[in-house]
Write a protein that binds this ligand. Structure first.
Ligand SMILES: Cc1cc2nc3c(=O)[nH]c(=O)nc-3n(C[C@H](O)[C@H](O)[C@H](O)COP(=O)(O)O)c2cc1C
Length: 221
C-alpha cells in the first residue's frame, strides 16, 4: 500500500555513515582531463568495495525527442570515448540511430559520488564490436546470440528454446559472429563530477570540451 511505501521511504536515508564514507574532494587539484579524474574515481569506487561500479544509466531519446533510460555495462573509457555494447535493433539502438547523442550516469554510493557524461555517440567498426564480445564470457555471447532484444516475446518457452540453442552455439563456436551486436562510443562534450558532503556543500565540478583541452567550472549544488 502507498502508506507502507511512504513509511518505508521515510525510514531510509542516503549516505548512512555505516556504509558511506564521504571523502574530501579538492576541485582545485583536479586533473586537466575528465578521463583522468574518471579513472581515479572509478579505481577508488572499486577499492571502497562499491558493488557493480561498472554499471551505468544510459539515457537516449527517440525520434520525437522523448527520453528513455536503462542500465548497461561500461566496456571501456579512453581517448576514443566511454563505450558500451548492445543490439542495433533494440530500442536504444534505434534511438541512437535516429539521434546519435546520449548521457551516462554513474552512482557510487559508498563514496557519495556521481558522474554524468554527455556527448555524441558513434558505432565502432564491426570488428571491434565482435572482438569485444568474443573476449567476454560464454554467457555474454549466448545472450547476444539470442538476439531480438526489445521485441515483444510471445511466451517464456519461446525464450527458453532460443536461449538454449544460443548457449549451445556459444559453447561450440566461441567466435560466432553477432551482426547486430554494436559497440557504441560516446565522445564526451561534458563530464560532471559530484562529491557529496555531510553539510550539503556538495562539490560539483564540470568539465566542458573546449577548442583545445577542457574548461573546468564549479556548479552550485
Ligand atoms: C546490471 C545490468 C547490466 C546490463 N547491461 C546491459 C548491456 O551491457 N547491454 C545491453 O544491451 N543491455 C544491458 N542490460 C539490459 C538493459 O538494461 C535493457 O533491459 C536492454 O538493453 C533493453 O533496453 P532497450 O529496450 O532500451 O534497448 C543490463 C541490465 C542490467 C540490470
Amino acid at each position: 500500500m502507498a502508506t507502507d511505501l511512504h513509511q518505508l521511504l521515510r525510514s531510509l536515508r542516503v549516505w548512512d555513515p555505516e556504509v558511506t564514507e564521504l571523502p574530501p574532494f579538492d576541485p582545485g587539484a583536479a586533473p586537466v582531463t575528465p578521463l583522468e579524474l574518471f579513472t581515479e574515481w572509478f579505481a577508488a569506487a572499486v577499492a571502497a568495495g562499491q558493488c557493480e561500479p561498472h554499471t551505468m544509466s544510459l539515457a537516449t531519446s527517440d525520434e520525437s525527442g522523448l527520453p528513455d533510460v536503462r542500465i548497461v555495462m561500461l566496456h571501456g573509457a579512453d581517448e576514443t570515448g566511454w563505450s558500451f555494447a548492445s543490439h542495433a535493433g533494440s530500442r536504444k539502438g534505434r534511438h541512437l540511430a535516429a539521434r546519435p547523442y546520449a548521457a551516462l550516469g554513474f552512482y557510487w554510493p559508498v563514496l557519495g559520488r556521481q558522474v554524468r557524461v554527455r556527448g555524441p555517440v558513434s558505432a565502432a567498426p564491426s570488428a571491434d564490436a565482435q572482438g569485444d564480445l568474443h573476449a567476454r564470457s560464454t554467457g555474454a555471447l549466448a545472450a547476444a546470440l539470442t538476439g531480438r532484444q526489445s521485441e515483444v516475446l510471445g511466451s517464456v518457452e519461446e525464450l527458453v528454446r532460443a536461449s538454449e540453442a544460443a548457449w549451445e552455439r556459444a559453447a561450440r563456436e566461441p567466435d560466432a559472429p553477432v551482426p547486430s551486436w554494436t559497440l557504441y562510443r560516446l565522445r564526451a562534450e561534458e563530464v560532471e563530477f559530484f562529491q557529496g558532503d555531510e553539510a550539503r556543500r556538495h562539490v560539483r565540478l564540470r568539465y566542458r570540451r573546449a577548442e583545445e583541452g577542457w574548461t573546468r567550472e564549479l556548479l552550485w549544488p
